[in-house]
Design a protein around this ligand. Sequence first.
Ligand code: SF4
Length: 251
Amino acid sequence: MPDHIPGIHNYCDRWCERCTFASRCAVGESEGNLSPEEKDITNQAFWNKLAESFREAMVLIQKAADEYGIDLTITEEEKKEYHENEKRKRKKGREHPIGALSWNYAEAALQWLEDNAVKENLDGLLQRVTLGIQTEEAGIRQIKTIEECLSVIQWYVHFIHVKFMRALMGKMEDDGWEIENGFQRDYDGSAKVAMIAIDRSMQAWGLLYELMPDEEDTLLRLLAMLQKLKLLAETEFPDAQKFIRPGFDEM
Ligand code: SF4
């Protein structure tokens, strides 16, 4: 489609349902065109469609490779070297303060979500409505806000670590080519989306903090982890905020 924004899906959060650019994105649009069966990733129709698209893409890729004399095969030795290199970078990334803290944040957040604190708070809320301490309307509003916050937190809980790992690993292998050739650095784009995810998660935790005063200690700890992560990221990726994401930062 002519009004698709090229590359917009490379620096987004993949939350197509909430995306304000779905109609301008090839990925978002194809998602929208899928039948309910195709949307169900456990459904065979989805995998069949994926395999079919891939087969078509491979024919084009092979044709282009032949034209440019590019060998698409890879030797066992190259494969081994690649895996070892990736393993080394991943290990280094996990040991980096940003890699470690983003992982710890995900674990702590998931632990809190599993600890039934939310259920207990919702039960308390229902009880207040039943006893007439709180109106039904206010109770429903609060429940909806809590649900919204939880969906934001859950969406980004692993995303932050994954994007920071990508940014850290990208930085490790940066040879300056992108800047020398007038491009933005891909790792800055990854760091930027991770930082946006931090901001949104912090907003969601902040709202929960207001609605669940009994959870003050844990929620403050999670907020502090994210704040520290953000400060570390600003130091490690000082140019990330300058990265212009196709579509999102161009309006
Ligand atoms: S840009 Fe929007 S529609 Fe496209 S993949 Fe990302 S979230 Fe989905």
